[in-house]
Write a protein that binds this ligand. Structure first.
Ligand code: HEM
Length: 413
């Protein structure tokens, strides 16, 4: 059967390319690898039987089609019976639950995390951004380079998510390192030390939120924890376990991702003078800029693992029953079948519609909040500093699924 030979060759090449995403060069710049993967096909089978959705259409299908399920507690029981010893698995959270439990939880949580609540935070985001900008201006006036990640991109989202949830100011300093430990362990990788660290972080957060939820139950306030406590405990509502694990998910999901949106966006302004000039001149709106940052250098490069209970096809590739499936969002957002000149940063693209916030039932609950933080932050940064320059080479964070920087030293004037 000669026609099978080229297909097999393509798979070997695709599997080799996929492996390169995890190399130092791939972590630094996965985009040439994605471009080569797009030439191999829309979906690829890896040697261990896993299937990776590479094209926009393939990733979109995996995220939307109920034939693909996230790995919930029942599935974890089969694959990883010790999962109960690992609180960082975040089992029973929105991201690790399928219908009908997911639909029940999602409706309850979306009912509390409303557009009105998000819009109500706009002023706070502006105030926090201004305070951080003031501090950066002081550092710059003293002639020091400023690490944008430490001084702005980390503190802004963590302050905002704490404000949203209702975490008192006195407790907030503790959150940042704990949330980071959780994120590092959850990102792709099989370093047991990181998993242990993430488990400890998840356990700490669970204990913390249990205390805070009890306090709000006794004396409700205007915050999201109080609203979530109100929809916990009765039949058809959240269970206590679901409340605590989803609070942890909100903190984790709402923090590192937005940090990376801010860092990746600033790096684009630093390296693409045209993008900076058109944003400064108002030729590009902050909203369009943020949308294109999310596509061009996606903070989340891959969806959480899916699997297929029954065998099927994904864009012409056979997916056996039980196969693990991953949607490569970062690759999908650079698919030349979907986006003209995908490697060009162009906030004026006619059809943005990227998969940066996922799609389907697990579409990001915090998308509006993250967008709002970006659209408030970038114009304020450009308004405060006439010149923003690179002070030293940035340092990338080590993960693959969450793409961003650990350090991004800048000069500000
Ligand atoms: C730029 C910032 C952000 C990006 C790029 C992002 C990206 C994503 C993506 C890709 C998913 C879907 C994952 C999948 O289907 O496997 C997701 C889900 C989720 N995100 Fe975000 N996110 C961001 C900010 C936020 C914020 C600020 C919050 C909350 C405060 C948040 C909360 C969530 C939650 C709760 C889910 C799970 C939804 C569900 O399973 O029903 N995210 N996010």
């Amino acid at each position: 059967m000669p026609e099978l030979v080229p297909e097999q060759q393509l798979d070997v090449r695709a599997a080799e390319l996929f492996g390169r995403i995890f190399s130092a060069a791939g972590k630094n710049d996965p985009y040439p690898i994605y471009a080569a993967l797009h030439e191999c096909g829309e979906a690829i089978t890896l040697p261990d039987g896993m299937v990776a959705a590479v094209s926009f259409d393939a990733a979109n299908e995996v995220l939307r089609d109920p034939a693909y399920q996230v790995q919930d507690a029942a599935r974890l029981d089969e694959l990883w019976p010790q999962w109960g010893d690992h609180p960082s698995s975040l089992a029973h959270s929105l991201l690790t639950t399928n219908d009908p439990a997911h639909a029940r939880m999602r409706a309850l949580m979306a009912g509390t995390f409303t557009p009105r609540r998000v819009a109500g935070l706009t002023g706070t985001v502006g105030q926090v951004a201004d305070t951080l900008i003031g501090r950066m201006a002081e550092l710059a006036a003293a002639g020091q380079p400023v690490d944008f990640m430490a001084e702005f991109a980390y503190p802004l989202p963590v302050t905002v998510i704490c404000e949203l949830l209702g975490v008192p100011e006195s407790d907030r300093l503790e959150f940042r390192p704990v949330a980071r430990r959780l994120a590092r362990g959850i990102d792709f990788g099989d370093d047991p030390a990181l998993t242990t660290d993430a488990d400890e972080a998840a356990l700490w957060l669970r204990g913390y939120f249990a205390g805070l939820a009890a306090a709000r139950r006794a004396a409700p306030q205007e915050d999201l924890i109080s609203a979530l406590v109100e929809v916990t405990g009765e039949d058809g509502q959240l269970t206590e376990d679901e409340l605590l694990v989803n609070l942890t998910l909100l903190l984790f999901a709402g923090f590192e991702t937005t940090t990376n949106l801010l860092g990746n966006g600033l790096r684009i302004l630093l390296t693409k003078p045209d993008a900076e000039a058109s944003l400064r001149a108002g030729q590009v709106t902050a909203d369009a800029f943020v949308t294109e940052v999310l596509r061009f250098d996606s903070p989340v490069q891959a969806g959480t693992d899916r699997w297929r209970p029954a065998a099927g096809q994904l864009r012409g590739v056979q997916v056996p029953a039980g196969a693990q499936v991953i949607a490569l969002l970062g690759a999908a957002n650079r698919d030349p079948r979907r986006f003209a000149d995908p490697g060009v940063f162009n906030p004026a693209r006619p059809d943005p519609g990227a998969l940066s916030f996922g799609a389907g039932p697990h579409f990001c609950l915090g998308a509006a909040l993250a967008r709002m933080e970006g659209t408030v932050a970038f114009p304020r940064l450009l308004g405060a500093f006439g010149q923003i320059g690179t002070a030293a080479e940035p340092v990338r964070r080590s993960g693959v699924a969450l793409r961003g920087f650990d350090r991004l030293p800048v000069t500000l004037a």
